[in-house]
Write a protein that binds this ligand. Structure first.
Ligand SMILES: C[S@@+](CC[C@H](N)C(=O)[O-])C[C@H]1O[C@@H](n2cnc3c(N)ncnc32)[C@H](O)[C@@H]1O
Length: 278
């Protein structure tokens, strides 16, 4: 069934090579599908001192494998982004992908929509991510209007947009900076525009939270990560990735001005929300 879904989504791609790359990037089964040379092994050996996690060259080199094996539902979210865009974007509208990393969301949109359907701007603070994303768009969808800016999404001057994507990015901002950013994004959205907010979440209920975290670690083990890797990555992400509860995310969206938001996807402690600007 999932295969059929992907066949339907991917047959819109004119270029077979792009289709293969997109399929490789989007692994909706959640299982491993990576070239061994780009396998994430960053935390596989014992480290005397685990450094704070950062999106540097080392992470960029194995990022597609890392995110596929670490984020439950990542591929399904990417696949749905293009379907949501096709429903909500007016022809030729502008799309922001904030914290775009290697541009996976942009590639998903370009794989499903014709070149004149939208204009895309990916933004990321990591020069290594930005360089690789630019190169990918040039190679994979040269006819689409795909820009990538190296900038801090907290200080960027936003252009009017029909869709803004925050796919696992808000969680990396200091919590105190999150509301101000969301308010600026609400202002940048055109009437009828949508914001997609995907995040790792935490449960207010301790028992529920423990269950989700334990099953998440099972998910990671099933995807080939050792207990050492899971524990060292957890240490590296401490105070770098600070998750909100789902309720807090909806409240933030409300405070930013969105009268309506809903959780459209949830898989363990990962969720994706959509917020509508009237
Ligand atoms: C988990 S990754 C996002 C994954 C990506 N959206 C995707 O779907 O593949 C988080 C990204 O946010 C970027 N980032 C973190 N803080 C940022 C900021 N203040 N401004 C711009 N980018 C930022 C990081 O460099 C990193 O590439």
């Amino acid at each position: 069934m999932q295969g059929l879904f992907w066949f339907t989504v991917l047959t819109d791609c004119s270029d077979l090579r792009r289709t293969r790359k997109l399929r490789n990037l989007i692994n909706n089964s959640g299982l491993i599908m990576s070239d061994a040379s780009y396998r994430d092994a960053i935390f596989s050996t014992p480290l005397d001192k685990v450094a704070r996690f950062s999106f540097d060259e080392q992470v960029v080199a194995c990022f597609p494998d890392m995110i596929r094996r670490s984020v439950p539902g990542y591929g399904q979210i990417l696949g749905m982004l293009s379907l949501i865009a096709q429903r909500h974007l007016r022809h030729g509208a502008h799309v922001y992908d904030l914290g775009c990393s290697l541009g996976a969301s942009g590639l998903a949109l370009a794989g499903a929509m014709p070149a004149d359907a939208f204009r895309y701007t990916g933004v990321d603070l990591s020069p290594a991510m930005v360089g690789k994303a630019r190169q990918t768009f040039l190679e994979e969808c040269p006819d689409h209007a795909m820009r990538v800016e190296e900038a801090d999404i907290r200080t960027l001057k936003y252009a009017p947009s029909g869709m803004i994507i925050l796919n696992f990015t808000l969680q990396f901002l200091p919590p105190a900076d999150r509301d101000a950013l969301l308010a600026r994004l609400y202002a940048a959205l055109e009437p009828g525009g949508v914001l997609i907010l995907s995040e790792k979440t935490v449960d207010a209920d301790e028992r529920d939270n423990a269950w989700r975290v334990e099953r998440y670690h099972d998910f990671k083990r099933a995807n080939g990560y050792s207990d050492l890797e899971i524990s060292q990555k957890r240490t590296a992400l401490e105070n770098v990735l600070v998750p909100d509860t789902l309720e807090a995310l909806h409240e933030r969206l409300k405070q930013a001005g969105f009268p309506r938001s809903m959780t459209w996807f949830q898989y363990l402690n990962f969720a994706s929300l959509i917020a509508f600007k009237p």
